[in-house]
Write a protein that binds this ligand. Structure first.
Ligand SMILES: C[S@@+](CC[C@H](N)C(=O)[O-])C[C@H]1O[C@@H](n2cnc3c(N)ncnc32)[C@H](O)[C@@H]1O
Length: 240
């Protein structure tokens, strides 16, 4: 996963997700390749509720069809929600689903998180579900983590659930090639496993949990918290 030069461009990522709205509208059956996707989302939502009793403003980056915000609204509504995604069809679906259950403001931002112009010191919480693994080199990661820090109000929290890599090649091979490979084969078959692996190789550039936790502290977050890790998927938070 180290060669970044052949990875999908932002345009290619956008074009792919434009075609994938149905799958991402159903977390239960749509995201089975992501181990514990639904459990991680619930943990993040419950953590936000536990940590932020006065929750008002939420930013959902790479919101897709709005699964994270919808789950949060089921526990706390109304909320002022900013939904950001590269894909207009994803944003349309998210908007449809969220306005049905929310009387708060809904702002749609069709942009790359790297370049989007958003209000600083504004959000009580930011959720990033399965999106940051599209970041590429170190400076990309650092710029986006710094930006997310600036967007949060003092006392705000960032929540990430994502594909992660391991630090040590032999352990990466064990956790990802062997264990995650077996999971995918059991889910369907070997050709499905190979298809998922080829897709990840082309589109994703995940970093380790350690890398991300260290970087979150480096850009200013005063505390970080791990919620869950199962093989190559992790959920964690950071507090401004
Ligand atoms: C795997 S989906 C996850 C959707 C949603 N968070 C969920 O968990 O159901 C990733 C989403 O991130 C969006 N995305 C990818 N790269 C992005 C970027 N650089 N800026 C904003 N959105 C991005 C894609 O268009 C896609 O809708």
């Amino acid at each position: 996963m180290n060669n970044l030069s052949n990875k999908s461009t932002v345009q290619e990522i956008k074009a792919r997700f434009d075609q994938d709205v149905e799958r991402f509208s159903n977390l239960e059956v749509g995201q089975q390749t992501t181990i514990d996707a639904s459990f991680s989302m619930e943990l993040i939502v419950d953590s936000i509720i536990a940590y932020s009793p006065n929750l008002k403003t939420v930013l959902d980056i790479g919101c897709g069809a709005g699964n994270y915000t919808l789950k949060l609204l089921a526990k706390k509504a109304p909320l002022d929600c900013t939904l950001l995604d590269l894909s207009a069809p994803m944003l349309d679906r998210a908007n449809e689903r969220i306005t049905e259950v929310n009387t708060g403001n809904v702002t749609l931002v069709e942009e790359d998180i790297r370049t989007a112009n958003l209000q600083e010191n504004h959000y009580c919480t930011i959720m990033a579900g399965a999106v940051l693994h599209h970041l590429r080199d170190d400076s990309d990661w650092e710029k986006v983590f710094s930006k997310l820090y600036r967007l949060l109000k003092p006392g705000g929290s960032l929540w990430i659930s994502d594909l992660v890599a391991q630090e040590v090649p032999a352990i990466q091979q064990l956790i990802y090639d062997e264990r995650f490979g077996n999971y995918l084969t059991l889910l369907k078959d070997e050709s499905y496993r190979d298809k998922v692996f080829d897709y990840i190789e082309k589109e994703d550039s995940p970093r380790s949990l350690n890398f991300q936790l260290n970087l979150l502290e480096k850009v200013g977050f005063r505390k970080v918290e791990i919620l869950h890790k199962n093989l190559c998927f992790a959920s964690f938070g950071a507090f401004k």
